[in-house]
Design a protein around this ligand. Sequence first.
Ligand SMILES: C[S@@+](CC[C@H](N)C(=O)[O-])C[C@H]1O[C@@H](n2cnc3c(N)ncnc32)[C@H](O)[C@@H]1O
Length: 462
Amino acid sequence: MATPGRRACLQYLIHLAQDNLDFSPPCCFRERQYIYCQNISGAKDDIMTVVCFLSAFELWGHGRTHSELRTSLRNYPAEQMLPFLHKDSTYRINVYTFNKTLDFTERIKRIDAMDYLPFEGLVSLKSPQHVFCLLEDYGTDPNNIPEHPYYIYFGRWIADGQRELIRSHSVKNRHFIGNTSMDAGLSFIMANHAKVKEHDLVFDPFVGTGSLLVACSHFGAYVCGSDIDYNTIHGKGRSSRKDQKWRGPDENIRANLRQYGTEKLYVDVMVSDASKPVWRETALFDAIITDPPYGIRESTRRTGSHKETTKCSHVAVSQSYHLSEILADMLNFSAHRLVMGGRLVYWLPVYRPEYCEEMVPLHPCLLLISNCEQMLSSHTSRRLITMEKVKEPEGLDSLAHLSNPRFSAYQGHDTFREKYFSGLNKRLNKESKSDVKGDSIIPGSDNDRWQAPKENKHEPIH
Ligand SMILES: C[S@@+](CC[C@H](N)C(=O)[O-])C[C@H]1O[C@@H](n2cnc3c(N)ncnc32)[C@H](O)[C@@H]1O
């Protein structure tokens, strides 16, 4: 934490939701459940799109004690403070405590003690123009709550995040779902990391049931996707729901967007193999957001032809699609089809005992922006990787992965799967054999992560 001193530019304090602590946006300094940011552009609008933020404050002062807080607040530039304190304004002060409950009298005492600030406006509890917050942090251990807070902050409330979206878009109530539908919270976090905004064009090359398109369309982006699975794209075949054998007539991605009022942003989805892109050679997409098949919960296949090995005429066959190839294809595709500054956001599965940062695949045209972990078990996790296009591909850029040791870590695909599953299976055996079964699993939710590997039955590839 920076020592209290005269601050040249605005600082923001962001209170993160506990369940998404690991997914705070890049370029922020994080401490416990807070992050500090500088230079949030268009602060309020930006914050109101972020699902892992609970609230954001313009930070006016902070310290380990109330006396340090007072010193810090006295150093806060008056010209930044006074517009919110003048006599024609109305205000309210809220007291938030973390890991401790203060009674009403204690709260009032805390508010009264702030009278050294030059408030000249009128208090309005119901509809104040400005809301100020005193935040006291008592740590995270409910069995060890200190008498005095570890840290105290004071600031002006700017906006709340979008936690409500997670509930309103829960896959539990979604029209069309599958075994690997991404949960709503993580889908929105991916869209946030990709900086998806109104009028963007977003593509998911492994679209599945379109959960990521749902999230991106919520932020006003036009969305499209592709998947090798004919049944998924056409909403046919077996249902993933407990009490339903076959998918209904209108179970498809378009209907999902209709459910959330964003159908007008649906461009289309198509059956297509990501290893053989059908898009014209030009930068098209503002973001590519995807949850590729790693063979962890679904098979990794691509199309091929006997012609590739023999001289006979074309007969479509399905071939294995290894992790290192999926990654190389995805990065190359993004380097070519993203607009400059566009972002690729995807999940990388990781066997934790062997993971190191040098295993995150790079590309000469894509800058690694962030790399956040979601732990699945003591041995397994997946990492949310965000990259930004910084240069147009040229020369041998598309072949860079061939000599890049970062990709070779994923060449032993089957070995990776075995190791990955040995971690999951241990956890499976320990946790419960009974309640993680077939249809009781909520797709994309926590318990879904312990699901034993399931091979998708693909229709023949046409
Ligand atoms: C992890 S799932 C994506 C789930 C999706 N995010 C959702 O919310 O439903 C991966 C998807 O990749 C598809 N897939 C597998 N191999 C593919 C390939 N070669 N090209 C395109 N899609 C492929 C699978 O059919 C599967 O639907």
